[in-house]
Design a protein around this ligand. Sequence first.
Ligand code: NAP
Length: 278
Amino acid sequence: MEIKGSTRIAIVIGHPIKHSMSPVMHNRAFRHLNMDCSYIALDIKPEGVEYFVKGLRYTNILGVNVTIPHKTAVIPYLDELSEEASFLKAVNTIKINEDKLIGYNTDVYGFEKCLEGIDVASSSALLIGAGGAGKAVAYTLCKLNIKRLFITNRTEEKAKDLIRSLTNLFKGEISFIPFGKLESLGIMDIIVNATPLGMEGIKEDLDVPSSLIGKETTAIDLVYNPPKTKFLKIAENLGAKTLNGIKMLVYQGAESFKIWTGIEPPVEIMEEAIKGYL
Ligand code: NAP
């Protein structure tokens, strides 16, 4: 794609940033739709975040994605936050609207797409992890009126803080469960791994007791590399439906694309780009 004077630029900021898959996915979408746009990754040191975000309103930048470690740091310099970004205190998408900067969190939309076809309101779910992604998963499940949600996390206090903030907003039954007591739960309808356990380069795997997994279970691993983690392999062998993190990754990106351009994103093309890259 030729970059011309008229080309609009979208940017993902992070530190480090060179492993980001967003440029691959968005540039393929721009090319597919023949748009005069390009997407780049920019490494910004934490002390530079304020200057970068404050300067955005004076530019013709198409939009910005924000990744680790800047998702919370950008918030003080934005004019408005979506409901999701406000609850999660994390922004992954910035829209430059005339001279207004609006922060969104599209991980919630990305995860909601993973739940398509599941009757969430009559389901029991176990969430493993209460970091940034875990919070987005918990928020989405509660927003969709999950019947019962159990959250486990290595650092108990973090899961309990999350549960407190969720119970202020939602009515469902949400409780903490220590990892060592998972077996007492019985078969779950939905199990989500929102930790890096099982990821390429991480030595430990996630060991979910098999008594929690049955044919009615949907096992979702937010890890996408490798595409089939040990957790997903075990769940598949026990007859469960399985889903890796690629769908969430693609749909959170697709939603950013739509927020910036107002155009329906070519989701299949974006997914193909990610799979090819992986
Ligand atoms: P994060 O904010 O750093 O949170 C990490 C979570 O994993 C915390 O709950 C942490 O527990 C737990 N954890 C980390 N190492 C652990 C270990 N050795 N044993 C047990 N628990 C451990 O990270 P994140 O942004 O939530 O990301 C979590 C995972 O989701 C990553 O693999 C990431 O790639 C993936 N992810 C995927 C998508 C997608 O679109 N597919 C989107 C976002 C994230 P403590 O609280 O005790 O530290």
